[in-house]
Design a protein around this ligand. Structure first.
Ligand SMILES: [Zn+2]
Length: 179
């Protein structure tokens, strides 16, 4: 078992054969696209990844990823720290021809090389785990107009009552008949 700093790149096939566990952290700088979404690029991402042999020569990776990120609240424009975590259940295959057979299993990643970047492996899931709108949790924002920023969904019922596509048509027919 590996703890503390972990290698940036690993041989996933070797790990799968050994039923290997990778546990430790990588600097956020390793995550290029994810890092661009953050105010500060410092900090680290903690990973816990279990490798095992999957179907059709694939590698199964199960585990979790967690980090704390610094974001700007869209309500008060101040920085705040937020934790981002996600669970992973991935299959790594060497080429696309194997994709179809594994489609039912879950997320499948095509990686032709057996030596893979751990950051690349988990980066998409990490990005998806980011909040859609970056702002403080409710009640923790120093901004006063928090409530007003709530997204108001259109009232479907009201729209149905006022939308009468044939009302104008009926009027037109009436006019034609009286002319
Ligand atoms: Zn705020």
């Amino acid at each position: 078992m590996l703890t503390g700093p972990i290698p940036e790149r690993v041989d996933h096939r070797k790990l799968a054969n050994q039923a290997g566990l990778i546990e430790g952290s990588l600097p956020i700088q390793c995550f290029h696209r994810f890092g661009e979404m953050l105010v500060e690029g410092g900090g680290e991402v903690r990973l816990r990844l279990e490798f095992s042999k999957g179907d059709f020569g694939s590698t199964s990776v199960n585990g979790s990823v967690a980090t704390e990120v610094c974001l700007i609240c869209q309500n008060c424009m101040q920085q705040f720290i937020r934790s981002v975590t996600c669970d992973l259940a991935l299959q790594i295959v060497s080429d696309e021809s194997k994709l179809e057979r594994l489609a039912e299993v879950g997320d499948v990643i095509v990686m032709p090389d057996k030596v893979i970047s751990l950051a690349e492996l988990v980066e998409d899931d990490l990005i998806l785990a980011m909040p859609m709108i970056s702002r403080h949790e409710e009640g923790q924002c120093p901004g006063t107009d928090y409530e007003q920023e709530e997204i108001v969904l259109p009232d479907v019922k009201e729209e149905q009552n006022t939308y009468r596509p044939f009302a104008d048509l009926a009027k037109t027919i009436d006019n034609q008949n009286t002319e």
